[in-house]
Write a protein that binds this ligand. Sequence first.
Ligand code: NAD
Length: 349
Amino acid sequence: RKFGYAIVGLGNYAINQILPAFSECQHACVTALVSGNKEKSNRIAEQYGIEKSHLYSYEDFDKIADDPEIDAVYIILPNSLHAEFTIRAFKAGKHVLCEKPMAVTVEECQNMIKAGKEAGKKLMIGYRCHFDPVTQKAISIACGDQLGKLKIIETTNAQMLNPTDSAGQWRLNKKLAGGGSLIDNGIYGINGSRYLLNEDPIEVKATFVPTDNPIFKEVEDRILWAMFYRSGVVSHGICSYSTNVTSHFSLIGDKATLLLDPATTYWANKVSLRQSMHHISSFKSTFKFDQLNQFSAQLDHLPISIARKSETLATGEEGMQDLRLIKAIYEAAYNNSSVSTDWGDWRQA
Ligand code: NAD
């Protein structure tokens, strides 16, 4: 039989991206829903052919322990609820796929990893870009010699936050979101810099960009950061909650530049290689791919990893490393100082 997921939280991302993606999965299916809204839960259950006996509320969530149709839960809740539901799911004996950011504190991340180990179950974080052929191509070029010596990585991840919809409202609430555009969008630039370079930074610097928009009382709109690596590479990033949606990475070596634009959107990301010749002409090759559903590939990856007894491409440790860096970037911006992130050899090229 297929691997059964319980979807926890029926908001925008769950309804518009994840649930429809099960139709293209080979190994996974949706077998249960967890929601605070009974009417919505019933409606979606009918749409996806889920029996009423597999519908749960946040209060009776722990009863999933007795539901053999559920192999894993996929947590798609506001960020500050990720740790609680991950730990409850492990106590119920289920595997966990948890959305990014993994949690809102490093301590929560540690507790989530510990709970998974104690339960003997897998914890995977929803870093869907790993399952996009554009990202995979970019990683293979970055690891090869086409760029020459890689020196600079630039990342921009921005969107226009809507303060009137509920998804915008919890994102503006520090307690629920844990931070602003950095923890929500900037995380793509942080995670992306690390997987493209296959190295972790040893120092960060950052600054908040001032705003007079009163909606940003609790969380930041724009923040700019630089991460420095032992190899000599610098990656710098900016993210925003008040601009046109943008997702752009460039990797600049001494021989060529790799451009990803868009880099981390849901569909139709693009990667191209640009080499300058004699300062005046350049040629650009854009790689073509069959469109692959990154959401379905991500949903299938967990059961495949469990069957193969292999690590997932997006472990809890990966999610925790991004959160540690996010906290270091906030610290650097608050104190206007550089912060050492030389925590040992987590991932050094
Ligand atoms: P959303 O607001 O649309 O959905 C959140 C759901 O949680 C809603 O159904 C809401 O009712 C429910 N909820 C339960 N308790 C709540 C509470 N106390 N306050 C507010 N809502 C509560 O948000 P979303 O955009 O779907 O984001 C959900 C999670 O998914 C976030 O962690 C976000 O970072 C992540 N996400 C990831 C991606 C990606 O590309 N990987 C994209 C979008 C969102």
